[in-house]
Design a protein around this ligand. Structure first.
Ligand code: TRP
Ligand code: SF4
Length: 404
């Protein structure tokens, strides 16, 4: 059940863990930069989420938040196009989290895979806390707050989006049944105009009576096209379509980021904890140094020994950074011992440095003027907050604690 197949709002967040690296650039940020041109985007730093695991070392969160945002801007996120903000600057996230916690069964949270996985993985920390159990529900609040249709995430986060869908469904089920719903939905149907109303009616019957999901899709598309329905009426009709009540919190969908896992300097996935990364804004000369000392196929002990590019992390990076011709040159030269590893690394260094150049030059104005970054976050947070307030008003009204 979803009222927003057609919803073009995108939301995603990142915990502040410090300076970002090329793995983040290729795995996440390039995707976000692309999405900002196609959707109404909200990107935020999840500093509350950082506290769920790092409550006892919170002293870096503020610096990390700032560094993260500078990296986002340097990678090409445009604050004029996307709304960029900090989670804790929109305290409504905490309020929605609390309200959702009232209706969320404990067992739903306990069975989210990351709950047990992370406790095992981070076994030096006491994660048997209330806050950590609530991690994915806080994420649900983040998403539902903006009624986002799409949530770009990696595979490890899909279960959290799934939980969000279940929580939204439960919320709508419990609080979406206003008195007189049926009558109101029928009145809304009439407002579509005769022809559309008739079509809606028959598609709804086909779905409800025969489970025809194609009819459901068609009816949703029909509703999405209607110009003269209020938001409330549209939501009623989406809900009525499936026999339920009004949809207050629409269900989002995960927009799975294709796992372009960037190989690190050692061929493993690039990651801060493996210390095999190149940062987004490396000091000049560091890229050369890191590539120069990269491992290659051990078979190439001497220049005249042929190698196998498939066993070489340098070649893995070529496949991300170099054109087909350069990749073919490297592979062929490696197998025939026609080139040395130093030669092979040169075009890779150049390609990464060229990318760094663009990122560094975008970063300069933000590095020189922290106030500018703070102003961007202030403006983004204000914009986000206005929307968050509206959602909370709806939510509290539906629950019956609007006190108006
Ligand atoms: N849990 C996400 C991660 O670790 C970060 C996050 C918090 C998030 N809230 C979100 C992602 C909402 C998407 C939507 O990567
Ligand atoms: Fe790796 Fe290139 Fe050396 Fe072959 S020639 S081992 S691909 S660096």
């Amino acid at each position: 059940m979803s009222s927003n197949e057609s919803n073009s709002r995108v939301l995603s967040g990142m915990r502040p863990t410090g300076r970002l690296h090329l793995g983040h650039l290729h795995g996440v940020l390039k995707n976000w930069v692309q999405l900002q041109h196609e959707y109404e985007c909200f990107f935020f730093v999840a500093d509350f989420h950082a506290l769920t695991t790092d409550y006892d070392s919170s002293e870096n969160i503020e610096q990390y938040t700032y560094d993260t945002v500078v990296d986002w801007l340097a990678a090409g996120l445009n604050p004029g196009t996307a709304t960029i903000f900090v989670q804790s600057r929109v305290p409504e996230h905490a309020e929605l989290h609390l309200l959702l916690s009232m209706i969320t069964p404990l067992s739903w949270l306990e069975r989210v895979p990351s709950y047990k996985d992370q406790q095992l993985k981070l076994n030096d920390k006491d994660l048997a806390t209330y806050g950590f159990l609530g991690y994915p529900l806080l994420q649900s609040a983040d998403i539902l707050m903006y009624k986002a249709g799409w949530v770009p995430v990696g595979a490890d986060q899909v279960a959290h989006v799934e939980l969000t869908r279940e929580v939204a469904r439960r919320f709508n089920h419990i609080y979406g049944r206003e008195p007189g719903f049926e009558e109101q939905a029928q009145a809304a149907q009439k407002k579509m105009g005769k022809k559309a109303a008739r079509l809606y009616g028959s598609l709804r019957r086909e779905y409800l009576e025969r489970g025809d999901t194609e009819a459901l899709e068609k009816a949703r598309a029909l509703l999405a096209e209607q110009q003269n329905l209020s938001i409330g009426d549209r939501e009623r009709l989406f809900g009525y379509l499936e026999g339920g009540g009004r949809i207050i919190l629409p269900e989002p969908q995960a927009l799975l980021t294709e796992a372009a896992k960037l190989p690190g300097l050692d061929g493993e996935k690039m990651s801060k904890s493996y210390n095999n990364y190149i940062s987004l804004r490396e000091e000049p000369g560091v890229v050369e140094e890191k590539i120069r000392t990269m491992q290659t196929d051990p078979a190439r002990g001497r220049l005249q020994d042929p190698g196998n590019p498939e066993n070489c992390p340098v070649y893995a990076l070529h496949q991300v950074y170099s054109d087909e011709k350069t990749c073919a040159w490297a592979a062929e030269g490696c197998r025939s011992a026609g080139i040395g590893c130093v030669d092979c690394k040169k075009p890779l260094m150049d390609a990464i440095n060229e990318e760094q150049e663009v990122i560094r030059s975008r970063a300069v104005q933000f590095e020189e003027d922290p106030d500018l970054v703070h102003a961007i976050l202030q403006e983004g947070s204000d914009k986000a907050r206005a929307i968050a307030r509206e959602t909370l008003d709806d939510v509290k009204e539906a629950i019956g604690i609007a006190h108006r």
